[in-house]
Design a protein around this ligand. Structure first.
Ligand code: FES
Length: 113
């Protein structure tokens, strides 16, 4: 760990469309690569707290596989019902030299909707 960030994977372990479960400091996190960007979001949906893992990635959003709520991968905002509360997002760093992905276990501030 360095300044709150944990190295969690090699970049090669997360191909486009890939999803990876993490637990850091008690935070359950889903790491995803979509449109060549890596995002870290809450593992559990804000609707009924089922896993977002396996949710479809499209247009910068993840769709909950259970009841279809959509969330922005950038802000965590809930974009469609039945979820109305945002999910957490976490800071991500890519080290292109070492080809590693690091995630901070302290969530980003929730952006006003
Ligand atoms: S648990 Fe995700 S939409 Fe219901």
């Amino acid at each position: 760990m360095t300044d709150g960030y944990y190295v969690v994977a090699a970049t090669s372990e997360l191909p486009e469309g890939g999803q990876l479960y993490l637990e850091l400091d008690g935070e359950e996190i889903l790491l995803v690569r979509h449109q060549d960007q890596v995002h870290a979001v809450a593992f559990l949906c804000s609707h009924a707290e089922f896993s977002l893992e396996g949710g479809q990635l499209r247009d910068g959003c993840i769709t909950c596989p259970y009841h279809g709520a959509e969330f922005s991968l950038h802000s965590g905002a809930a974009l469609s019902p039945p979820a109305y509360e945002p999910i957490k997002t976490y800071p991500v760093r890519i080290d292109s030299g070492n080809q590693t992905i690091s995630v901070c276990a302290t969530p980003n501030p929730v952006l006003p909707s």
